[in-house]
Ligand binder design. Structure first.
Ligand code: MG
Length: 203
């Protein structure tokens, strides 16, 4: 399986990082080794001094396809969860300044913890999915899928023009505003539709 991540998909987050608005979805990938086992702590990597959380809805692809039309895209995903797109912001800034790819800032081990998937059809409000994250018991990010610049169908259609999507692939759909740093000792709790989904510690 592969993990595809959409960047700059919520207006307020694009502004908080002072980035340009994308004309179409932009994406990057993380390898399978970015997963974190359920219940395991996140080990703070030794190569960064500025690890940021980005709380995101994550789609699961249920059928393989390429060049998927936007009008057909909803047939290709059926489940959703919440995950963290951990980012070494210090390394990412250095890569951006040099015009280099960002892989070292995004694709490192355990950089994509995610919860159990739920069927989208069983959600209370599938048309506007609420999600969020509490850091040490305080809300730091709360998002709604209606605020995405590019919706799920557009994302699936766009990515599949370039990369064949396979059953089991996961797509992080971008973070709302409120990104920030984590530190050793922090506790993260993730929520889908205001219900606790999973949590873990930073060690
Ligand atoms: Mg992200």
């Amino acid at each position: 399986m592969k993990i595809i991540c959409i960047g700059r998909n919520y207006l307020a987050h694009v502004k908080e990082l002072d980035n340009a608005l994308p004309a179409e979805p932009m994406f990057f990938m993380k390898p399978e080794t970015a997963l974190l086992a359920p219940g395991a702590p996140f080990p703070y990597p030794e190569f960064s001094h500025e690890i940021h959380y980005e709380t995101e809805l994550v789609l699961r692809i249920c059928k393989s396809g390429r060049n998927i039309a936007e009008s057909q895209a909803s047939d290709y995903y059926d489940a959703i969860t919440v995950g963290i797109d951990f980012t070494a912001r210090d390394l990412q800034s250095q890569c951006k300044a040099k015009g280099h790819p960002w892989e070292i800032a995004k694709a490192f081990d355990y950089s994509a913890p995610m919860g159990k998937f739920k069927k989208i059809s069983e959600l209370k409000h599938p048309e506007d999915i609420a999600f969020g994250m509490k850091l040490n018991g305080e809300w730091v990010q709360q998002g709604h899928s209606r605020d995405m610049i590019f919706g799920f169908d557009k994302i699936v259609s766009h990515v599949s023009r370039y990369v064949t999507l396979c059953e089991g692939d996961c797509i992080f759909t971008g973070t709302p505003q409120g990104v920030g740093e984590v530190h050793v000792g922090d506790k993260l709790e993730l929520f889908l539709e205001d219900e606790p989904l999973f949590g873990f510690d930073v060690i």
